[in-house]
Design a binder for this molecule. Sequence first.
Ligand SMILES: *[C@@H]1O[C@H](CO)[C@@H](O)[C@H](O)[C@H]1NC(C)=O
Ligand SMILES: *[C@@H]1O[C@H](CO)[C@@H](O)[C@H](O)[C@H]1NC(C)=O
Ligand SMILES: *[C@@H]1O[C@H](CO)[C@@H](O)[C@H](O)[C@H]1NC(C)=O
Ligand SMILES: *[C@@H]1O[C@H](CO)[C@@H](O)[C@H](O)[C@H]1NC(C)=O
Ligand SMILES: *[C@@H]1O[C@H](CO)[C@@H](O)[C@H](O)[C@H]1NC(C)=O
Length: 236
Amino acid sequence: MGRTLFTRTLVLTVAALLSPGAIAQSGCPAGSLNSTVGSWTPSANDTIFSIAAAVGRGVCDIARANRMADAELLRPGFSLIIPAQTCYPDQDSCLLVAQNATMDCIYGGPHVYTAVEGDTLSTIALKKLNITVASLLSTGLPPHGGSSSNGSADAPLAPGTGVKVPQCSPSRCVVEPYRFTYGTYKDLAASFGTTVGQIFAFNPTYGQSDADEADSPVITVPLNCLPLASNVTAIS
Ligand SMILES: *[C@@H]1O[C@H](CO)[C@@H](O)[C@H](O)[C@H]1NC(C)=O
Ligand SMILES: *[C@@H]1O[C@H](CO)[C@@H](O)[C@H](O)[C@H]1NC(C)=O
Ligand SMILES: *[C@@H]1O[C@H](CO)[C@@H](O)[C@H](O)[C@H]1NC(C)=O
Ligand SMILES: *[C@@H]1O[C@H](CO)[C@@H](O)[C@H](O)[C@H]1NC(C)=O
Ligand SMILES: *[C@@H]1O[C@H](CO)[C@@H](O)[C@H](O)[C@H]1NC(C)=O
C-alpha cells in the first residue's frame, strides 16, 4: 500500500519536470495546456505545418477548427482560428494520401472538378476522387482527354482549370446543403459516403471558414453516392 502511494507521487513529480509534450503522454494535467483560442494571419511563406509548429497545436486540430477543405490548402487572405491545445495533438489524420484506386469512374456527380492550387491530374485522381490516373487522363482536360498541357499527369494545373470527371452509369448521389461546423472534407467524405474530390467539385469557391465570421459556413455535400446497378460503365 505504502509503495503504491510512493510510486504515484514519484510519477507526478517527474512529470512536472518534463516538457509539455511528455506531460501530455503521462496523463496531461489540464493546467499544463494553453487553453487560449487565438488567431493567426498566414504570411506568404506559411504552411499549415509551419503554423502548427509555431503555435504548438496539431495540424489537424487547426484544420478542423477552421473547417478547411484540405489542411494543406491555405486560403489567401483568410485568418485561422488557433484552437485550445489538446493532450494529443493530431498531426496527420486529416492529410490526404494517395489511394490504391481501382475505380475508373465516380458514383453520382458532378461532371466537372475545378482545380485548386497544387493540383495535378494525378493528385486529383488518387488523393481526391479515388479513381485511376488513366481514367482521369482519358476524360480530364479539354478537348476531353488525351494529355494535360505538357503531356504529364504530374504537371501542375492552373487553379480554376475545369477537369472533366468520368462518371459511373447508372449511379447517383443525394445532394444537400450542410452547415459545416467542424472537420475537413476528408472527415465529411468518410461520414457521408463520398469523396473529397466530389465535395470540392460541388463547392468550387470554398476553401475554409474565416476566423472573423460568426456563423459556420453552409456548403453543398453529396451523400450516399451509390451505383444503381451491379454493372456500371464509365461515361465522360
Ligand atoms: C497560448 O495560445 C495563444 C493562441 O495561440 C497565444 O496567443 C498565446 O501566446 C499562448 N500563450 C502561451 C503562454 O504560449
Ligand atoms: C518567402 O520566401 C522567399 C524565398 O525563400 C523569400 O525571398 C521571402 O522573403 C519570404 N517571405 C517572407 C514573408 O518570409
Ligand atoms: C496501398 O497498397 C500498399 C501495398 O499493399 C499498402 O502498403 C498501402 O498502405 C496502401 N495505401 C493505402 C492508402 O491504402
Ligand atoms: C479508395 O478506393 C479503394 C478501392 O476501391 C478502396 O479500397 C478505398 O477504401 C478507397 N479509399 C477511400 C478513402 O475512400
Ligand atoms: C448490365 O448488364 C446487363 C446484363 O448483363 C445488360 O443488359 C446491361 O446493359 C448492363 N448495363 C450496363 C450499364 O452496362
